[in-house]
Design a protein around this ligand. Sequence first.
Ligand SMILES: Cc1ncc(COP(=O)(O)O)c(C=O)c1O
Length: 388
Amino acid sequence: MPSWVMGTKVIYFDNAATSGRKPVTVSHAICDCLKHANANPGRSGHSLSVKAAEIIYSCREILGELFNFPKTENIVLTKNATEALNLALYGGLKNGCEVITTSMEHNSVLRPLNHLHNKGIIRLYILSADGNGVVHPKQIKEAITEDTSLIVVTSASNVTGTKMDLQGIYHAAQEAGVKMLVDGAQGAGALRIDLKETPFDFLAVTGHKHLFGPQGTGALIIKNADDLDSFMRGGTGSQSEMTIHPDFPPDKYEAGTLNTPGYAGLVAGIRFILDEGLEKIVGYEHELTEYLLGKLADIEEIQLYAPDADRVATVSFNIQGTPPSDVAYFLDREWGICARSGLHCAPEAHKTLGTFSGGTIRFSFSFFNTKEEIDSAIEALKDFVKHR
Ligand SMILES: Cc1ncc(COP(=O)(O)O)c(C=O)c1O
């Protein structure tokens, strides 16, 4: 039995969208939860409800272990990174706030920020990255004014894989007394994030990408729970005698029944990472990425973006003179290779790279990909170039 599961034999290079192959323990944990702990967590006193609540608690605990953040009550479970980001932005930003962000952000950052900006609630400054997708801490430092209240930055670009200098940006923010929200959707499970070393005010993560959980899982980790208002209110199973929402975390931010089977799967996904070792996973993904970059360099028609970036296992490129969607279609239909083409929900990043509005072809790897799969993809790209 392989240590991963995927129904059909495909080459899956779309892990930045959702990790395709999961450790087998993930589906087992989901099934076990549905079979043996399928009750409402934290609502009733019976044994099954308590079991479900334990799963929820273990999810906070293991997220805390992964990110070195012991204050588990400040780990708010969400349905994805988008919800976590929206909670931080709508819960934290007030009239007159000034926000700095980067051109490499995903729409799950840009759209809420633009919405708040267009409503006249915040002032928004979007700093342009360089050709490698980097926004330097110095740029951030220079853009901070006495009115700046929040810096929002991605841990890694979902287009080019470029890692942001989170430590440098954190120090710039700290020096100026500005809060920092990190979009960890592409970084969690793909690079080291240690909240003891760099205690960002807010870290938003998603479960279904590099943490190997199922879709419908994510979290917002909040340094100081007084910093945010809740933006959803309802049943929590706590203080039920009151008709106003509890104001203690995590209940303050979690209204309604949680996705217990999903979080059971996420616990198993993170357990896999901790057991294998994050460094081993990151190291292997780096090896795959370097291998791909070396092979792509041999194909003259390939245009690689962010060529000198320090990156996670995500690479964007084009075949000169060909729409990326044609290439992705060919890879899928002729070679069974799943890759993503287009803008990857990050239009400003493509304006920075000069690839707006067609976008790029993106290969993104996980621990379960192999060099043999990359060899097949290179053969497929050569085949495309020869016959187009
Ligand atoms: C950088 C980045 N941020 C946020 C998100 C949103 O994640 P989710 O779809 O899990 O909400 C994504 C998804 O691709 C992403 O790549």
